[in-house]
Ligand binder design. Structure first.
Ligand code: GDP
Length: 449
């Protein structure tokens, strides 16, 4: 076991690439000593690029490159950090990494540098997650959003809510402390107003966080509809590939097919579900079961139908959770010589198109892009599903607190709700987190970050 006070980690931080530079990053208390040994006894100048020969234990040359020392606490992790830039050869970087480990470091676990940055207060948890989301971003909009979160755009909003929540708790807790006046205290319209403002702000943040998830993960679109209405054809047309098998025999889309489509800088995760219908075929029944699961977890259910069955097919959109938005596409307009158009009926958006001729698909693409958060403009930040869940929990507690206060003025109950709401908010930035959660978050990082 490494000595906890001396625990120093090392990893190859940038994969060798065509640019020809690779980086070994080291972080921890032993960095100054390791740096000095690598420099042949000289002390490194802080934040200065030393051109030097990296040598093995036997004095043999490993590589020639740059050594940079960022003294604690002014570094990414908040600890002493050493960066060794060498030639981008996997073999040489590995030798250099082994040399650094021989001098006292150990191999870093995935995400351990960022975890240390979090533990040392350099980043909060939402920012740390944004590091991973930035690296994994699959679209320009996603990368920009992750950068804003890393910059603290999301965390600042959470902190502002937290402050407002604490101010409200102070009022309510004070009321409980003076039981004989509690009713009067809690009847103070200022408390109701404060709570109302908080709920409005929270609703705004929740909407933005949901958009942030779509920018990070892409918009999850589940394509649903009767067999043979043209779901696979539509998926193909949108993805412009032949991934889904298109045949005129009903029930051939037996499994769930996925396609990731990038439209002008936003990502769509398209899922073509098996035709939803009662069936005796076991394979197909399994497909129907999975289709229902996909639907419930989607951001958007895209109902594909045709002129003959549109009204009846609306039943396929029934019983969806509120979190799933709905869109209707009437396909095969080429058969009836109908022009592509759009309409809104009873709050539902309808589009008319043809997967075969491509008519009307541009309008569908535009609609999907907008729903995925394209053009969401300045300030859009990235978020994760766990953040949205936490905000939903805050919302439930605030709603409950409002009901309790309005109905019974039960201060204790409201206070407990507010306390729980604050706890849920704290989970986003990491003021309250379990080791399990941290393990899950940082474990999904790549090594060297
Ligand atoms: P799915 O079962 O809903 O996935 O339907 P498919 O995509 O397999 O399509 C079923 C049949 O309808 C195939 O023969 C397609 O070529 C045809 N089809 C799909 N879209 C259109 C369209 O817009 N116009 C016409 N005329 N036929 C279409």
């Amino acid at each position: 076991m490494p000595d906890a006070d001396n625990d120093t980690i090392a990893a190859i931080a940038s994969a060798p690439g065509p640019a020809g530079v690779g980086v070994v990053r080291v972080s921890g208390p032993q960095v100054p000593a390791i740096a000095q040994l690598l420099l042949g006894g000289r002390r490194p100048t802080p934040r200065h690029a030393h051109l030097t020969a990296f040598r093995g234990g036997d004095g043999e040359l490993i590589d020639r490159g740059l050594l940079l020392h960022f003294p604690a606490p002014h570094s990414y992790t908040g600890e002493h950090v050493l960066e060794l830039q060498g030639h981008g050869s996997a073999v040489l970087l590995d030798l250099l990494l082994r040399r650094v480990c021989a001098l006292g470091a150990r191999l870093a676990r995935p995400g351990e540098f960022t975890e240390r940055a979090f533990l040392n207060g350099k980043l909060d948890l939402a920012q740390a997650e944004a590091v991973a989301d930035l690296i994994a971003a699959r679209s320009e909009a996603g990368a920009r959003a992750a950068l804003r979160s890393l910059d603290g755009a999301f965390s600042r909003r959470v902190h502002a809510l937290q402050e407002a929540l604490v101010a409200l708790r102070v009022h309510v807790e004070a009321a409980i402390d003076f039981p004989e006046e509690e009713i009067d205290f809690l009847a103070d319209p200022a408390i109701a107003r404060q709570l109302e403002t908080l709920r409005t702000q929270l609703a705004g943040l929740l909407a933005e966080a949901r958009r942030g998830v779509r920018l990070t993960d892409g918009l999850k679109v589940a394509i649903v509809g009767r067999p043979n209405v043209g779901k696979s054809s539509l998926l193909n047309a949108l993805a412009q590939s032949d991934r889904a098998i298109v045949t005129p025999i009903a029930g051939t889309t037996r499994d769930v097919l996925r396609e990731t489509v990038s439209l002008d800088g936003v990502v769509l995760e398209l899922v073509d579900t098996a035709g939803l219908r009662e069936t005796q075929d076991t394979v197909e029944r399994e497909g129907v079961r999975r289709a229902r699961g996909e639907l419930a977890g989607a951001d958007l259910a895209l109902l594909v139908t045709d002129a003959s069955g549109a009204e009846a097919d609306l039943a396929l959109l029934a019983d969806l959770p509120d979190t799933v938005a709905r869109l209707v596409l009437v396909n095969k307009i080429d058969l009836d010589a109908v022009a592509p158009h759009a309409a809104t009926r009873e709050g539902l958006r309808w589009l008319w198109a043809s997967a075969r001729t491509g008519e009307g698909l541009e309008a569908l693409r535009t609609e999907l892009k907008q729903r995925a958060g394209a053009g969401s403009g300045e300030g859009a930040f990235s978020a994760r599903r766990r953040h949205v869940l936490a905000l939903q929990s805050v919302q439930e507690h605030l709603d409950h607190a409002a009901r309790v206060l309005a109905a019974s003025r039960a201060g204790e109950l409201a206070a407990e709700d507010l306390r729980q709401a604050q706890h849920a908010l704290g989970q986003i930035t990491g003021s309250y987190t379990s080791d399990d959660l941290l393990g899950a978050i940082f474990g999904s990082f790549c090594i060297g970050k």
